[in-house]
Structures are given as C-alpha cells and as structure tokens.
Ligand binder design. Structure first.
Ligand code: GTP
Ligand code: MG
Ligand code: ZN
Length: 432
C-alpha cells in the first residue's frame, strides 16, 4: 500500500543546506532513489543515484522511487547533495574552523570530536553522535588513527597519523555539482546530532537538540585570492555561530625565541603567509558574504584556539595542563528546587584567556589587534591535541608519538564554552 502524502514528524519551518546554503521548506526536499536503474541519471551530481520529488510514500513515510523502491536518503533541492535527516527536525549550529596551513586544525577537530563523544554524555547528560556516518568518514578516520590506532606502541610521525588536508580531489571531503556547464566544488561538513538526554538533572533542558556542522578546510583555502565562485569552500564562515580561529604561535619566530626548542620538530609554514593575514582575509570574506559594513563589528564570538600548548603552556602557568574547566555546581530550577550538575567554569576560562592574550600581545601583537578590531567577543583558549607525549624522530627531525600515549588537553573546551555562552541552554555555566 502506498500513500500520496508524507506523514510529517515535527519539522522545522525552514531548512538550510550545509553545502550550498540554499534555504528551503522541508516539503521541497528531494529523495535519493534506490533502484540501480536510476544510478547515473541525476543532472547535478555525477555518478550518483537520481534525486526526485516524490509523489508516493510507503506507510513508513519513505518515498517510493519511480521504479517502486522505498528510499531512505534525502538531498538538497538546489545542489542535490545529501542532507542528514536530523537537519529537518533540529536547528543547526555551524562552527567554522579557520587557520593557516599546518596550524593544527585537523588535529584539533579530531581531538575535539573524540572528547565530545565522551564528555557530553558522561558529564552533561547529552548525546553527541554522527548525524550521518558518510559525512564524518574523514574525521572518524583521524580519530581512529589517534585514539584507536592499530599499533598504539609503535612510534609514528604526527604528519603521517593525520595527513595534510587537501584543497580538492578528496572524495569524502568535497563534492562536485554540475549547474549546466558550470561545475562547482563544495566542501562537505562534519555533522553531529546533539541532544539532552531524558536523565538530565534539569527537566527543563531534557530533549533540547541541535545538529552541529563543523568544517575542516585546507589552510590554503584561507589564503588571500583563494576565494572562487567555482569552489566556495569557505562560505561557511558567514553562516557560523562561532568562529574558531586556530592559531599556532610556534609558527612565529618571535614566539619561538621565548625559549630554546619551542618549535623543534614542527614544519614551519610561515613562508605561505602570516596567520594574521589569514584572519584578515577570513574577516573580509565574512563582511562580503554577510554584508557587514567595514566599520561594524562582528556580533558573534571569535575563539582563538591557541594550539600545540603542550609546548608552550609553561610560559604562562606551570600547572595549566592539570587544570579542569568543568566543576560540579548547584543549579536552582524555576520551581525553586536545587539540583547538582556539571557546569563550565567561565571564571577559569576568562583568567586563562587573559594570560594567553597577554602573552600574545607582547610577542605577536598584530594577532590580538586583528581579532579585537573585528569583534568585541574574543576569547583565547589554549589547546593541545596530543598532550605532552611527543618526541622528535632523530632521523627526520620531525615530531613523532606512540599513539597509545596521546592525551589531549582542553580540546573540547572551545566548543563547550561556545555553547555555554550561547542561548541554546545546553551547557550550564558558573563563574567562581
Ligand atoms: N606538539 C603538537 N603538535 C601538533 C599538535 N597538533 C598538530 N600538531 C602538529 O602540527 C602539524 C599540522 O597539524 P594539522 O592538524 O594537520 O594542521 P592543519 O591546520 O589541519 O593543516 P592543513 O590541513 O595543511 O591546513 C601536525 O602534523 C603535527 O605535527 C599539538 O597539539 N601539539
Ligand atoms: Mg588539515
Ligand atoms: Zn545544497
């Protein structure tokens, strides 16, 4: 038995495609056919199943394709790329990660995702799962290499564990779409579903959910002149709720001079352009895409994720890497009762941020002024994806590690902080 109407769960009024940023009503979504005769028949996406607007549905609310097969996957009406189903039901939050080549973006994202999968359910009664396994393939592979490596006790070079992100050609990272004779190369997001569980101590928060979209570009895509209509891979910047500017202080020789061996084993990519120029370029693109006037300030937060702090944390605090940003707190509910729950300690974040900012202001001041002339909501968070377990391979002179020893520091904090200061209400905060 088939029906002509799709039974609708509670859908959002409007959905936004996380690839081409087209906004549409959920009833306009396309379905991806299943019958093999319909493979290769799509006018937009080559080598894929045909997309179609259905007229028949199964009793399970699945569209029936023109050859009579029930379908499960959805696609954007504009670019025809797949859209994770939770994006129709939950509001999306976009987080952009930007930074120059080799600054540590991919390491940071892999460490962050791995920590969030653990910390959110264990400490915040919130699930954090892949919204679509096929979108997260690259990220899961990086997480596996770092934290579930098949040779955990073998010394391996960091540059081999997670490879440099490609600008084109990576079949999981990008997708080509044909609009007539014009081919456009889109960056695919990493997508997660985040939902407050029913055992959360605060009943008012239970069930709150969001789809989280994160983007990992090759650093080269942020260099001036690399913004092309045929490859709009940094358009997410304008849609982002929070910018994570991944800044590697060790790429700057003034910073490395603070102490011997600070930059040992790292590949210096500063010849590709200054990190400040990368930030300025991103800021210009945001102004251009979102129509923000040059005298107006960006109204959203910019988190400066200051990476590789396993090397330099001691410059601000010998004990920094043993500090926790989450504490147990009492929360008063609207009915007057008090529950105990974990909360982000924004007091710790602010005091660490001030110390990091002061260090950067004295060594690489143009970074601080570039960020602070763009936004009034800057925060500087030190992060290490690897922890203090890296060695220098005597043969290559590059950083190496036994993957079993990797232990990140504060990799999840920029994300948790962003949610704690947002209106989403999913992460409680306190300030001691
Ligand atoms: N000591 C230390 N080194 C790190 C850390 N994170 C990254 N690195 C080093 O920095 C290199 C570059 O890191 P990636 O994450 O690949 O940098 P990226 O920003 O993604 O670079 P592109 O993909 O080229 O844009 C790695 O190969 C590591 O050697 C860290 O937390 N600590
Ligand atoms: Mg990368
Ligand atoms: Zn689209």
């Amino acid at each position: 038995m088939t029906t002509t109407q799709a039974p609708m769960p509670s859908l959002l009024h409007r959905v936004i495609c996380p690839q081409c940023w087209h906004k549409f009503h959920p009833e306009d979504i396309l379905w991806v056919s299943e019958h093999q005769d319909l493979f290769g028949a799509d006018n937009r996406v080559p080598n894929a199943q045909m997309r179609f607007l259905p007229s028949r549905f199964s009793p399970q609310a699945e569209a029936i394709d023109p050859r009579g097969f029930p379908c499960h996957r959805l696609a954007c009406p504009n670019c025809h790329l797949e859209i994770p189903r939770p994006m129709l039901e939950l509001q999306s939050l976009v987080f952009s990660v930007l930074g120059s080549p080799g600054s540590g973006k991919s390491y940071f994202l892999a460490a962050m995702a791995s920590r969030l999968r653990h910390v959110l359910p264990m400490q915040f009664f919130t699930s954090f799962t892949d919204a679509d396994a096929s979108l997260n393939v690259r990220l899961k592979d990086s997480e596996r290499q770092m934290y579930a490596n098949s040779n955990p006790y073998e010394i391996q070079e960091l540059g081999e564990l997670i490879r440099k992100t490609q600008e084109v050609g990576d079949e999981y990272g990008y997708a080509a779409v044909n609009f007539g004779s014009q081919s456009v190369n889109y960056l695919r997001p990493y997508a997660f579903t985040m939902q407050v569980q029913q055992n959360h101590p605060n009943p008012e928060r239970r069930g709150t959910g969001r789809v989280i979209c994160l983007y990992d570009n090759a650093g080269e895509s942020f260099l001036p002149g690399m913004d092309k209509s045929a490859s709009p891979v940094t358009r997410h910047l304008a849609e982002s709720r929070v910018l994570f500017f991944v800044y590697d202080p060790l790429q700057d020789s003034r910073f490395r001079c603070l102490e011997a061996d600070l930059g040992a084993g790292l590949i210096d990519k500063s010849h590709l352009g200054s990190q400040e120029a990368v930030f300025q370029e991103a800021a210009n693109r945001i102004r251009r895409y979102s129509g923000l006037a040059s005298r107006e300030k960006y109204p959203r937060p910019v988190i400066v994720v200051v990476t590789k702090c396993d090397r330099w944390a001691k410059l601000i605090d010998d004990d920094l890497m043993s500090r926790s940003a989450v504490i147990e707190a009492n929360k008063k509910l609207s009915d007057g009762s008090i529950v105990k729950l974990n909360a982000l300690d924004t007091g710790v974040i602010k005091s660490v941020s001030t110390k990091v900012r002061d260090l950067l202001a004295t060594t690489t001041p143009e970074i601080v002024s570039a960020v602070e002339s763009f936004t009034d909501h800057a925060c500087y968070i030190p992060v290490s994806a690897t922890g203090a377990s890296t060695h220098i391979n005597p043969k290559s002179g590059l950083q190496a590690v036994r993957p079993g020893d990797l232990q990140s520091f504060w990799a999840e904090v920029p994300f948790i902080y962003s949610l704690a200061i947002s209106s989403a209400g999913m992460i409680p905060k306190v300030s001691r």
